[in-house]
Design a binder for this molecule. Structure first.
Ligand code: NAD
Length: 248
């Protein structure tokens, strides 16, 4: 028996990067996959096709996770198509890095809306379904910098720290109805988000990681499988670092 057989997962920001690999790993474990990203493009179509070829039901939706209205519509559309949502992965995220001196209020607001408000939006919209089912697991993508901060990323770090506070609160609110809420704090993971970093900075980061390598999207997705499955049935309100020991 596969770990997620018969479950439906909704994953935000999944046309590429960590979200995409989570979708593929979940499908490997038998889950039906609804996923969102900003636009319905070739990447979305490609993932949809790849997931369907694995024998599960799959559909990509163009939806802006930072908009409450768009999230409400997304959840309604997914429920109409899939009938249930058992797993929510709040994965969509962006960076607009700068020192505070040069950070604009627009870049602050954008990062907070896409990274943090999106988590509120989707969680609020799926909660009724999960409470009624008396079953559900919510996984929020935080970051190691949400725990220890990072110069040049005050907006991003604040949004990722906010996710941790939200995760712990929701775990306490919904736990009695068998709805769990946990966060993953990835370290330095190879995706388009980190591809734009200068090579010397990357080399320095890798040197600081006890495992001496950059993380892969699979490293993160494997923990997302664990948190989505019954293997983590007594894990609630926790933050699991996936950082090669960069943060202990
Ligand atoms: P990525 O940039 O490769 O992918 C993010 C996806 O989110 C993209 O497909 C993007 O189009 C989508 N997206 C952006 N804004 C959106 C919105 N408003 N609505 C819906 N989708 C939207 O990034 P990634 O590296 O795969 O990161 C995934 C998550 O993991 C993010 O939350 C990120 O902050 C977090 N994270 C990444 C790393 C890393 O090293 N890559 C480390 C820690 C945390």
């Amino acid at each position: 028996m596969k770990l997620l057989e018969g479950k439906t997962a909704l994953i935000t920001g999944a046309s590429r990067g960590i979200g995409r690999t989570i979708a593929l790993k979940y499908a490997e474990q038998g889950a039906n996959i609804a996923f969102s990203d900003l636009i319905y493009d070739d990447k979305m179509i490609l993932l949809e096709v790849e997931l369907k070829s694995m024998g599960v039901k799959a559909r990509g939706y163009a939806s802006d996770a930072s908009s409450f209205e768009s999230s409400e519509k997304l959840v309604a559309d997914v429920l109409a198509e899939f009938q249930s949502i058992d797993i929510l992965v709040n994965n969509a995220g962006i960076t607009r890095d700068n020192l505070l001196l040069r950070m604009t209020p627009q870049d602050w607001d954008l990062v907070m809306n896409v990274n943090l408000k999106s988590v509120f939006n989707l969680t609020k919209c799926v909660q009724k379904t999960m409470l009624k089912q008396r079953n559900g697991t919510i996984i929020n993508m935080s970051s190691v910098v949400g725990i220890e901060g990072n110069a040049g990323q005050s907006n991003y770090s604040a949004s990722k720290a906010g996710i941790i506070g939200f995760t712990k609160s929701i775990a306490q609110e919904l736990g009695s109805r068998n709805v769990r809420c946990n966060a993953i704090a990835p370290g330095f993971i190879e995706t388009e988000m980190t591809a734009k970093l200068p090579e010397d900075i990357k080399a320095k980061w890798i040197d600081d990681i006890p495992l001496k390598r950059i993380g892969t999207t699979e490293d993160v997705a494997n923990v997302a499988v664990f948190l989505a499955s019954h293997l983590s049935s007594y894990v609630n309100g926790q933050v699991i670092n996936v950082c090669g020991g960069m943060q202990t």
